[in-house]
Write a protein that binds this ligand. Sequence first.
Ligand code: MG
Length: 147
Amino acid sequence: MRRLNIFFDVDNTLIMWNGTLRNHTRHVFERLRDSGHTIYIWSGVGIRRWEMERANLDEFVADYFWKPLDRHHQRLPELGVTLVPDFVIDDHKTVVDAFGGYHISDMAGPDDKELLAVLRAIEEMARGDETIGDTEEPLTDEGVEVE
Ligand SMILES: [Mg+2]
């Protein structure tokens, strides 16, 4: 099974507009860690360690980065991201288009289960399944699919 570098966005992905943590966040982080994956947190507005500490999730996070908002691949080095994300979870489709992953809804109702779908998609990718459902193939900065 592949061990993946997984990058979560924060705003409207894990922490919703009203400040609440998205359903199932802790469960999914536990499962990913226990499966040997590495969790990173990045954000277009800065290092979000404080928010993860406040939610008691810091222990699951390997590192924090600024997220590139354009020229995504090209800007990784200048932002200190020394590895390429294998799977990103983001409410902004451009980021998911760039790296591959799961384009998550920026709204979450009381019974929201999107992170459970994220977990399934990651587990499928780690197993090397061909059918990855609601996920995006990675693109280069020019919008060409990566081989
Ligand atoms: Mg966001």
